[in-house]
Design a protein around this ligand. Structure first.
Ligand SMILES: Cc1cc2nc3c(=O)[nH]c(=O)nc-3n(C[C@H](O)[C@H](O)[C@H](O)COP(=O)(O)OP(=O)(O)OC[C@H]3O[C@@H](n4cnc5c(N)ncnc54)[C@H](O)[C@@H]3O)c2cc1C
Length: 386
């Protein structure tokens, strides 16, 4: 697995190209065959989880010191991109395992890292990230979930909403208020386990897309956890949560790239087969120009995403801008490309007999989660490059 941080900005290494080839063939053989069914039945892609875990691709970002593969940020992007190319729901397994566990990796004690990153890497449980609440979305610092210190424990009460892979995951990074007078500086991060007494889950949301990825509320009813499950110092949780998003928005960009690539690949094949007016529709310049625009936008989004991944790996000073820009640009491009792919298939594109309508529905979420694209623009405008 690639582990070097000195990769070229705009070119992948030979090792990363080999990684792409192997993830693509695994995704096509073991994940693609179930993608339509997972969407249709809105069921968790267990086959994808098993295939990814069997091949150590479910959480490639975990450092080698904690039993992980130690993949760099760009290699992680490549894994997510290739899984999303065939099934966006399945790509949330490696993506959200990184999102959920990165707070521990960035700010956790050595004991927390050894215990939880190790368990994740060994496939003993997935990780989810609990920031959003029913009344605290874009304004995440307005959260109400409380954690109160009681001797050697903290006691958590509250509701988190929209939690990806809730119920499937064994481990949860939970943001909660420890000092209500300090707003974002009074928020702390904790690891909560699915089996902790008082943890329960709401019914899965009925969504437009990524239907295979369960999105549920998580309830904390007097959940008592050992005080050493605190990630970093009290009051640093919100900063850790935001630092995490700087890195993981790039994984959402990767998901968007993969969805768009899947739609473009399918549309390219289709226009060569479909005949109207006595010839393949690929021979019409109007179609060729659409494909050219789709490929151009996708490549621009890919370059920005890979540049952001390089910055994530080095933790460059302008990472916050690049993480937001990559997520925003790649997700807008994915929405355009998937919509155009439906157009290229005409009426057939509008039916579930073809995968592009699923890809269009799946693309939409990439403009909304890990901060809406309006929020990305707020983040970018506050962190404009010098
Ligand atoms: C399928 C799915 C999975 C998710 N997974 C997770 C997860 O795993 N963990 C987690 O913590 N959260 C998760 N989320 C939550 C997601 O990050 C939030 O939905 C998102 O941040 C937006 O919050 P909101 O839905 O409350 O919208 P709101 O904040 O209510 O926004 C509504 C609209 O107002 C706009 N808006 C808000 N404030 C401003 C402003 N200042 N300027 C301009 N426009 C503004 C928004 O851009 C949006 O268009 C998930 C959401 C979904 C739908």
């Amino acid at each position: 697995m690639a582990g070097s941080s000195d990769f070229d900005f705009f070119r992948t290494s030979e090792e990363q190209d080999m990684l792409r080839t192997s993830v693509r063939s695994l995704a096509e053989a073991k994940i693609a065959p179930f993608a339509a069914e997972v969407d249709e039945q809105a069921r968790f892609p267990q086959e994808a989880r098993e295939a990814l875990e069997a091949n150590d691709l479910h959480a490639v970002h975990v450092p080698e010191a904690y039993d992980g593969s130690g993949a760099d940020a760009l290699s992680t992007v490549i894994v997510i991109e290739e899984v999303a190319r065939v099934c966006a729901s399945s790509s949330l397994i490696p993506a959200v395992n990184k999102l959920g566990s990165l707070p521990v990796q960035l700010s956790g004690s050595e004991e927390l890292k050894t215990k939880y990153l190790g368990a994740l890497a060994r496939g003993e449980g997935m990780f989810s990230y609990c920031l959003s609440e029913p009344d605290a979305g874009s304004d995440a610092a307005g959260m109400k979930t409380r954690a109160v210190r009681d001797g050697d424990s903290y006691v958590l009460n509250g509701v988190k909403r929209w939690i990806t892979n809730a119920g499937q995951s064994q481990f949860y990074t939970v943001l909660a208020v420890t000092d209500p007078d300090k707003r974002s500086k009074g928020i702390s991060a904790f690891v909560v386990e699915k089996d902790d007494q008082g943890v329960s889950f709401g019914a899965p949301e009925k969504k437009l897309g990524i239907k295979g990825s369960p999105t549920r509320e998580v309830y904390f009813d007097n959940v008592r956890i050992p005080a050493d499950r605190l990630i970093g110092a009290e009051g640093t949780g919100f900063a850790t949560a935001m630092k995490t998003l700087d890195h993981t928005r790039i994984t959402i960009a990767a998901q968007a790239l993969g969805i768009a690539q899947g739609a473009l690949d399918y549309a390219k094949g289709y226009v060569n087969e479909r005949k109207q007016f006595g010839k393949a529709i690929a021979e019409f310049q109007g179609i060729q120009f659409m494909l050219a625009d789709m490929a151009m936008k996708l490549e621009a989004a890919r370059q920005l995403t890979y540049a952001a991944a390089a910055k994530s790996e080095r933790v460059d000073a302008d990472l916050t801008f690049f993480g937001a820009a990559a997520k925003c640009f790649a997700s807008d491009v994915a929405m355009e490309i998937t919509t155009d792919a439906v157009q290229l298939l005409g009426g057939y594109g509008y039916t579930r007999d073809y995968p592009v309508e699923r890809m269009m529905r799946d693309a939409k979420i990439t403009q909304i989660y890990e901060g809406t694209n309006q929020v990305q623009r707020i983040v970018m405008s506050r962190n404009l490059p010098a």
